[in-house]
Design a protein around this ligand. Sequence first.
Ligand code: GAP
Length: 526
Amino acid sequence: MPEKKLITHFAIFEAVFNFYTEFTIEKKPNNRPALPAGRSEVLDKIVSLAKRRGFVFQSSEIYGGLNGCWDYGPLGVELLRNIKEEWWKSMTYRDDVEGLDASILMHPKVWEASGHVENFTDPMVDCKQCKARYRIDVLSEMINEKKKTKALEELRNEIINDPVLVEKFSNAFKTEDPFSSVLEDKELSPKLLQEINCPQCGNKNSFTSARQFNLMFKTFIGPVEDTGSVVFLRPETAQGIFVNFLNVQSSSRQKLPFGIAQLGKAFRNEINTKNFLFRTREFEQMEMQYFVKPSDDKKFYDYWKDLRLQWFKDLGMTENKLRYHDHPQNKLAHYAKEATDIEYEFPFGWGEIEGIHNRTDFDLSRHEQYSGKSLKYFDEESKEKFVPYIIETSAGASRSFMAFLIDAYYEEEVKGEIRSVLRFHPKLAPIKAAILPLVNKDGMPEISQKIETDLRKRFKVFYDDKGAVGRRYRRQDEAGTPYCITVDTETLNDQTVTVRDRDSMEQIRISNDKLKEYLVNKILVS
Ligand code: GAP
């Protein structure tokens, strides 16, 4: 993390600006100063700020919390809504993409057709002694290299007289991660598990064999809780789009290529929830499925890949913290011909925030097969009937929220104190402007309240008359409010107010009657 530099010429600044102007710091080439050092420390600070300022609370906190579930507080819900709103506008305010809001509960056959009943599973093991539960890949990550080598050596000695197992064992050493490969092999896995100590209680030979655990949440529809009434909470929003493909196409009279966009809740019974909002059990997705002629798949895959990365950049996400991770052919999901993840560099490392897939005709063909209904498209030009290919863009709203929050977080030294600031893009900022009367007398509150009423018609604004103005600025910095409007003695004489910019901390004076137009241009047009 780059070092931040403090300009120490406080005196020069003091002379130039009025009494409540703050000091500024030298800008990095990308115009942004540095984050504080220490990666886990940064995440801890953000989680604590998120709670303190009302972005995110633990679900059911007064009962000790519910693992993998989070609540969005007053500022958080605004930020999340703004992210979803920007996504919705960018995806559906065009003539080739329609919106949809399908139900969360769907016919159980949907999940058979999609492959979720069969494939949406994680192998996991339990410790018989301390009852800890581990996903196999996570268990592998928890064991150090020395212990792994020792366990593999012991396993090799044990299977030395079984040529079939020996061959499997040596094949595992041709992969990048032999330990995980052995652990994932049906026959070798139970034997290797006997050689490993439980990371929690330290006991050896205490693991059950690996079992497949389906990540879908089950519930029952209707009053009878039997197998015939089982339904699932959707683990992705995409399937609601696939099953409505012809409904949307015929009602909106769209022709290929065209897309259907949907955002909403998805649920996964993740074995290991981790890293704040990164992997949760309830989250929101923003998905778009673009239906194309099979021969156009590459063209539109590339098109959406570019566009989606650009969306994050346009909303201010730091460019060098974004990258593609293209999936190698041997790691593609069962439905995909080509796939990439848009990744963000979180304090704990690179993590996917959005996936782009060429899903071929897999989904529509499977739904044809399971429903017995044709989902073919008739192309009037070529007079051909075929199942379209699908290019999917699938972003997590909650994960993007976390990335935008982390990316916006900065600490700077100002007047010998640390200023925490959230440098959100104005379009994402929960509160767009704060109105601050310098003192609670001399007509300043009345003018301020008039400004507040007027601006509130366009923006989410906040009125604050409590405490020293410097403190009020700091509170708004932490909330990510891009503009603070201060009504002071000069306002009484010439009807001007100061507008203080959150990032530069610079202030300009502007005539009261030009204020709204100024803010509209700054916040909504960019
Ligand atoms: N329809 C394709 C699909 O659902 P995915 O990669 O499983 O693909 C897409 O999920 C996006 O949803 C991810 O890039 C991530 O942003 C978000 N996501 C997935 N699982 C999540 C979880 N447990 N918690 C939070 N976000 C999640």
